[in-house]
Structures are given as structure tokens and as C-alpha cells.
Ligand binder design. Structure first.
Ligand code: CU
Length: 137
């Protein structure tokens, strides 16, 4: 995947919780444009748990996209496969990195690629984090 086509900018961070310090922070968001002829692209970021309780992300949703899944790439007998994750647990004070070849967001686009998108991270029914992204070019 070319780095040139793989870039986004975070333009806002909103936390749904009323806590003074956001329990969950996102950093280093990078979203790959879908490969030509496909509707799928990967998303990478770091999630940091600033709270003193574990956070279990069970769902990611974007109104602008067809679907978002949490995936993990695993090397099995020399072949890279990816699996859907039902949850990603972030322990208190720790970070979880979504990156190439490991955990990642799998974004399924609609026919039109949006210039901007929002991603909502849920722990059960609780909205933990909303981030917005826009393609830079
Ligand atoms: Cu995937």
C-alpha cells in the first residue's frame, strides 16, 4: 500500500462522556483510501486509555461508511489472514495500536469516497470516543 495515498488529518476530538478528562484518546490516525477497484481500506490509530478502568471497544461505526470492523491480521503458515475482532480491550493507562499487519480498522466504503468521515467507538451501548478525519489531498 502506497504511503502517499494513505493519509488523513484528525480535525476534532469529541468525547461523549462527561468526565473531566477523556477516558479514551485517539492519536496517529491514518486512513488508507480504498485500493482502486475495491471498496475496502484500512484505518490505523492508537487508542489510549486514560481512565483507571479497562475499556472494551465492541463496535466502531461511521455514518459516512458502509461498515467498519475491527480486524486482526495473523500470519498462519506463511499466509496473512485477517479476522474480525468482537472486542478490543484497552487496560487502564495503556495504549493499543492499530497498525499494518496487526490490529486494524477495516473500512468498507460506499460508491462515493467521502472527503470527511467520523468514527464512533462504542463500549457496549456507550459512546466512548468520536473522531473526525478528512483526506488531506
Ligand atoms: Cu482487515
Amino acid at each position: 500500500m502506497k504511503m502517499r495515498s494513505l493519509y488523513t488529518l484528525v480535525f476534532f476530538l469529541v468525547v461523549a462522556c462527561s468526565a473531566e478528562q477523556p477516558p479514551l484518546l485517539a492519536e496517529q490516525l491514518q486512513i488508507a483510501r480504498p485500493l482502486p477497484g475495491t471498496s475496502m481500506g484500512a484505518g490505523y490509530l492508537t487508542l489510549q486509555n486514560n481512565s483507571d478502568e479497562k475499556i472494551s471497544i465492541t463496535r466502531v461505526h461511521s455514518p459516512e461508511l458502509e461498515s467498519v470492523e475491527m480486524h486482526e491480521s495473523v500470519l498462519e503458515d506463511g499466509v496473512s489472514r485477517m479476522y474480525k475482532l468482537q472486542e478490543v480491550v484497552i487496560l487502564p493507562g495503556r495504549t493499543v495500536r492499530f497498525e499494518a499487519g496487526a490490529k486494524h480498522l477495516m473500512l468498507r466504503y460506499r460508491a462515493t469516497i467521502p472527503a470527511q468521515m467520523t468514527l464512533h467507538f462504542y463500549a457496549g451501548e456507550t459512546l466512548m470516543l468520536s473522531i473526525g478525519a478528512t483526506f488531506e489531498d
